[in-house]
Structure formats: C-alpha cells, structure tokens
Ligand binder design. Structure first.
Ligand SMILES: Cc1cc2nc3c(=O)[nH]c(=O)nc-3n(C[C@H](O)[C@H](O)[C@H](O)COP(=O)(O)O)c2cc1C
Length: 162
C-alpha cells in the first residue's frame, strides 16, 4: 500500500467521483501506457459487481488500447496538485506524444491490474473490462464496463472525513 493513500470499498467517497473529469490510464500489449481525460463515467452495481462504465470515442488512441491492448483500465480523479494535467491529457493524443512526461504525471504500479494508477489522485480504481457495447444514438462513443478490482482514496480526503 502506498502511504499517501488507503484501500477503500468501491462505493466509498463517490461524491468525489461524480462530476469531475478523470484521467484514464490504458496500456498496449507491449506495456506502453497512455493517459486521457475522461468526463463520461458512471459507478454502480451491475451483474452483482461494482462497475465503472466509461464512454470512449473510437477516434481516441485510448479506444485502440482498450480494444486491442490490455483489457484493463484505471480511473483516477485528480487532486488539485495535478488538476492542470487535464489540459494536456484531454487535448493531445498518446499516438503522438508521451503525455505522462508532458503533464508530469507519475504512476503507481497496479496491485490487481497490469495498468498502473496515477499518483496524486483523490480516488483511483483498478478495473478489468467485463463487457462493452455501442452507446447508441446519444453519441458516437463506445461503452466499456470495468469491474472494480481495487479502489483507493487519498489520505487528503480520508482525513477530511475523520
Ligand atoms: C474535460 C475533458 C473531458 C473529456 N472527456 C472525454 C470522454 O468522456 N470520452 C472521450 O472519448 N473523450 C473525452 N475527452 C477527449 C479526449 O480526452 C481527447 O480527445 C484526448 O486527446 C484523446 O487522447 P488519446 O488519443 O491519447 O486517447 C475529454 C476531453 C476533455 C478536455
């Protein structure tokens, strides 16, 4: 366990999950990572499992990694310290550039997933893809359903509650 955060139950502190833009980390089959800003996400129970559902456009490099790379992702809610990373992760593509280096983002190895989480996140979730589908008429996005294998909250928000 990293000392700046603690493991939590998947639905703990979801008030910090709903609303803000997250950073999603994904990985290709050779272990190369990418990070992308992601606003469209839901958390809740499906098939008796805790699930994070995400909407990703097929035009994103992230989409290629989720479909052709490692079938896992991590969702990371940025703290103030790394909030400005969203400008980079949401406007540049991992096809062209290493966004971790550009946005000064550091990773923490996954405990249940090959894909790492991001340091300085308020909340982080390690997920494995269990289902996917088109999103229909709402937008040309693809929905990925990720079973939450492990969830973490930063000491920053844990200490606020206690
Ligand atoms: C605030 C913000 C939220 C975003 N949310 C989403 C989203 O939910 N789904 C999506 O497919 N793209 C979203 N994007 C767009 C991608 O982050 C953007 O196109 C990114 O450059 C794609 O990176 P990639 O090609 O490395 O995957 C968002 C962008 C911003 C700035």
């Amino acid at each position: 366990m990293n000392e700046t955060r603690m493991e939590i139950n998947p639905y703990d502190y979801i008030e910090y999950f709903v609303g803000p833009t997250a950073n999603i980390v994904s990985m290709d089959k050779n272990g190369r990572l990418n990070v992308m800003a992601l606003l469209w996400k839901q958390i809740g129970e499906l098939w008796h499992e805790p699930i994070i559902t995400i909407a990703v456009s097929p035009s994103r490099y992230t989409f290629t990694l989720l479909t052709e790379g490692v079938r896992e992702y991590t969702i990371n809610i940025p703290s103030k310290k790394i909030m400005n990373s969203i400008e980079i992760t949401g406007s540049l593509s991992g096809r062209d550039i290493d966004k971790f280096e550009k946005a000064n983002l550091e990773t923490i190895p996954g405990e249940k997933t090959q894909v790492p989480t991001l340091k300085d996140s308020l909340l982080s979730y390690e997920c494995e893809i269990v289902h996917e589908t088109e999103s229909g008429n709402m937008a040309p996005h693809h929905l990925f359903f990720g079973r939450i294998l492990k969830a973490y909250a930063s000491k920053e928000i844990l200490e606020k509650k206690n």
